[in-house]
Design a protein around this ligand. Structure first.
Ligand SMILES: *[C@@H]1O[C@H](CO)[C@@H](O)[C@H](O)[C@H]1NC(C)=O
Ligand SMILES: *[C@@H]1O[C@H](CO)[C@@H](O)[C@H](O)[C@H]1NC(C)=O
Length: 352
């Protein structure tokens, strides 16, 4: 009698069943003994629990809906992503909102019809790379260094136009190979605007609504595309909004999204020029990054100072923000380089 619940209880616990349901079926005396036994076997049991094992080793993320903790709590991807973006990314209410909804929704969907594809657009220094890094870290704790996260930089991986045919084969092979190993692979394409026209279309079959191709299903994978193209359009919309005296935070996704996808499709140097990815609606979201204002640059400086262990000195914060150049010429609202050169400017004030 006593041996049975002693064995049963830890097992049930590990499967996330509620203790209350079991306790009512067991007498108080045998429950006490069972709990003592549970402590010992729970320890060995937990170590074989995938979640805990993966805490110490790199694992491909489980394919199913939100991972559940040992006690059945849902995986808080959405909350963590939201909190991290709010704390570290400034002035990007649209991008933050889209990315949180899209990524958390996708990870929680047990049966997506196609991989998640996000195309991030905006000037340099507005946070595209930063956000993709945060997304990677929300899925794999090693982030960009995870063996399941792959980053391609156009000028580095695909520099020569004459080699485009071999790049196409190579890219297809890499994606097929990596998704075969781990369905929850993340692919980040940086500098899309420097990618030779046509190359990106070679991955189209992987992004489409297929159950599987040659025995591999791509529907759990995530693709992020980063580019500067479309930035003029985004600035135009933001500036127009500003000139009409409206609050930046009231800008809606629909005010920007369509304009960006059209401008990218029609731009020879966007990497998406006449791309079938856009034609066929294979990009799930165009994520606009707005140009950053003076106050956002100051926020970047403050956070950077704090992350270096200093108390943010407002005089230095102002000086660094004042050193950046702002456009357009008359109004001087937006920082030319976003927050990009803030970090090197800070080195000048602090001997590091
Ligand atoms: C790229 O092209 C050059 C010459 O056109 C060739 O020597 C080189 O091997 C090619 N590289 C690849 C990866 O195909
Ligand atoms: C995965 O992608 C990387 C490039 O990021 C490539 O070097 C590697 O060979 C790929 N792995 C497989 C199994 O195809």
């Amino acid at each position: 009698m006593q041996g049975l619940p002693g064995l049963l209880l830890p097992l049930l616990l590990l499967q996330g069943l509620s203790l209350a349901g079991v306790a009512s079926a067991v007498e108080p005396v045998s429950l006490g003994l069972a709990l003592a036994g549970a402590a010992a076997s729970a320890l060995t049991g937990l170590l074989s629990y995938p979640r805990l094992y993966c805490y110490f080793a790199q694992c491909c993320r489980p394919e199913g809906p939100a991972r559940r903790g040992p006690y059945g709590h849902p995986d808080p991807v959405e909350a963590v992503l939201q909190e991290t973006l709010d704390r570290k990314v400034f002035g990007q209410h649209l991008a933050t909102k889209v990315v949180v909804k899209a990524v958390a929704g996708f990870l929680n969907n047990p049966n997506p019809k196609k991989p998640l594809t996000l195309s991030l657009h905006g000037w340099t220094g507005t946070g595209k790379n930063f956000v993709s890094k945060i997304v990677a870290e929300s899925i794999y704790k090693e982030g960009l260094n995870s063996k399941y996260v792959h980053q391609f930089v156009s000028t580095l991986h695909f520099p020569h136009r004459q080699n485009i045919t071999s790049y196409k084969d190579q890219l297809q092979g890499w994606i097929r190979g990596n998704v075969s190993v781990c369905a929850r692979s993340v692919f980040i394409f940086d500098e899309m605007d420097k990618m030779h026209a046509g190359l990106i279309d070679s991955i189209k079959p992987f992004l489409d609504y297929y159950d599987e191709l040659d025995g591999v299903s791509y529907r759990k994978a995530i693709f992020l595309f980063l580019s500067n193209s479309g930035a003029e359009k985004i600035t135009e919309v933001a500036l127009d909004f500003w000139r009409r005296g409206k609050r930046r935070e009231d800008l809606q996704l629909r005010d920007v999204e369509a304009a960006v996808s059209v401008s990218v499709f029609n731009n020879k140097n966007s990497g998406f020029w006449h791309s079938s990815l856009i034609d066929r609606n294979l990009i799930d979201y165009f994520v606009p990054f707005l140009p950053l204002e003076y106050r956002h640059v100051k926020m970047c400086v403050r956070v950077e100072l704090e992350s270096r262990g200093y108390v943010a000195d407002e005089e230095i914060v102002t000086r660094v923000a004042d050193e950046m150049t702002y456009f357009p010429k008359e109004e001087r609202i937006y920082s030319d380089k976003g927050c990009k050169t803030v970090f090197t400017k800070l080195d000048f004030y602090y001997d590091l």
